[in-house]
Design a protein around this ligand. Structure first.
Ligand SMILES: Cc1cc2nc3c(=O)[nH]c(=O)nc-3n(C[C@H](O)[C@H](O)[C@H](O)COP(=O)(O)OP(=O)(O)OC[C@H]3O[C@@H](n4cnc5c(N)ncnc54)[C@H](O)[C@@H]3O)c2cc1C
Length: 351
């Protein structure tokens, strides 16, 4: 068996494989092309400290305790994942890039990696979204004279000192960037496609369940998952309240085009800008599965639980409804349970 990705979802799957009797290296291998442990968390910007991350769930079987709220979450999670891999003997092949997964022979899948070819009966895909930042296209984008970057490249507010910054996107990253940037930048402007959806009260279990159900329904229909914020809303915490009061989070509708030195609306309004920061989210990183032709006409991959409907040998964990740390934990367990059934069925059929 092959697990692709050693973030929250891949490690959860590896843990459950191990717990149910699969031996690492003999029965399953885990590939990850990042340099170290931590999944995408190892790349999060240094000002995203542990104290600013509210909803991270521990991996199964080992709690993350006593983390320093002032420490960058990248360091906290990398350290925790490294300890987790050691504790459960989950050897991760890294850096090992999975280039493509193809149909093999005798009902097996062929996995092309930077560490050679592997043949497998089932594959758990846990490649996350971090490596596919989504950049919407707007007229004039190519000729803008200022600097453009995506959340994936954001390293903190200092580099924006004295600059006029337009932040695009109505999710948690967009609001966090604005609140951080405002004290440094000469001016900030916030634009979003839809009016932001602020959520009063905690994002409790019921709210979580409702959000997951919405995404589940889409992927069951073979549609691509929508943005995270469209199902979770934005938490109305103290920092956000202050931002709303002092105007930092005053939102404008999406501009219509980008000019040489700013952004413009059809009604003639223009805002001068040195920087456009695209906090416009991420898409699932699934290019290596393209040879299998799993996409539905709706553009998404239809999944039932974690199992790909078009190919039950493949499970997507950390995808769609399981694209959260708690969802990834559960998905790892569900995928292993399902694969055990699949393999047991194959064995029974062969007997
Ligand atoms: C800024 C930000 C903050 C977030 N905060 C929270 C939060 O507070 N709470 C929460 O629940 N969720 C949060 N999320 C979502 C969160 O990242 C996920 O829920 C979870 O950490 C994702 O885990 P994952 O294992 O699915 O993916 P990742 O952590 O992205 O891991 C995927 C791994 O796959 C590897 N990989 C990818 N492609 C290949 C390939 N072709 N070959 C080999 N390896 C590959 C990568 O190297 C990576 O290590 C946040 C997301 C972002 C962007």
């Amino acid at each position: 068996m092959v697990v692709v990705g050693a973030g929250q979802a891949g490690l959860s799957a590896a843990y459950h494989l191990r717990r149910t009797g699969f031996e690492p290296e003999r029965d399953f291998v885990v590939f990850d092309h990042s340099p170290g442990p931590g999944g995408a968390w190892q790349f999060r910007w240094p000002t995203l400290t542990w104290g600013k991350v509210h909803g991270m769930h521990s991996l199964p079987g080992m709690e993350l305790t006593e983390a320093d709220p002032a420490q960058p979450s990248a360091q906290v999670v990398a350290g925790y994942f490294a300890a987790y891999e050691r504790e459960f003997g989950l050897r991760v092949h890294r850096p090992a890039h999975v280039r493509a997964v193809r149909e093999g022979t005798a009902g097996r899948l062929l996995v092309e990696t930077s560490q050679g070819l592997w043949s497998t009966r089932a594959l758990i895909n846990a490649t996350g979204t971090w490596e596919r930042p989504f950049w919407p296209r707007y007229p004039g984008q190519e000729t803008f004279r200022g600097h453009q970057l995506h959340t994936a490249q954001y390293r903190g507010p200092e580099e924006f000192a004295g600059q006029r910054v337009v932040v695009v996107g109505g999710g948690a990253s967009g609001t966090q960037h604005l609140l951080e940037l405002a004290p440094y930048a000469a001016a900030t402007t916030w634009v979003t496609r839809r009016p932001p959806l602020f959520r009063e009260g905690p994002f409790d279990e019921n709210a979580g369940r409702a959000a997951v159900a919405l995404v589940e329904e889409r992927v069951r229909q073979g549609l691509p998952p929508r943005s995270v914020v469209s199902v979770t809303g934005l938490p109305l915490n103290d920092a956000v309240r202050r931002g709303l009061e002092n105007g930092t989070l005053h939102r404008l509708p999406m501009f219509d085009r980008i000019t040489l030195d700013g952004v413009a609306w059809r009604d003639g309004r223009h805002v001068a800008a040195d920087v456009i920061l695209w906090a416009t989210g991420f898409r699932a990183a699934l290019a290596h599965l393209a040879p299998l032709g799993l996409r539905e006409p709706g553009g998404g991959i239809r999944v039932q639980g974690t199992r790909v409907v078009a190919d039950p040998r493949i499970h997507l964990v950390g995808y769609g409804p399981s694209a959260s740390t708690i969802g990834a934990n559960r998905a790892g367990r569900a995928a292993v349970r399902d694969i055990r059934r699949l393999l047991a069925g194959e064995t029974a059929a062969a007997a």
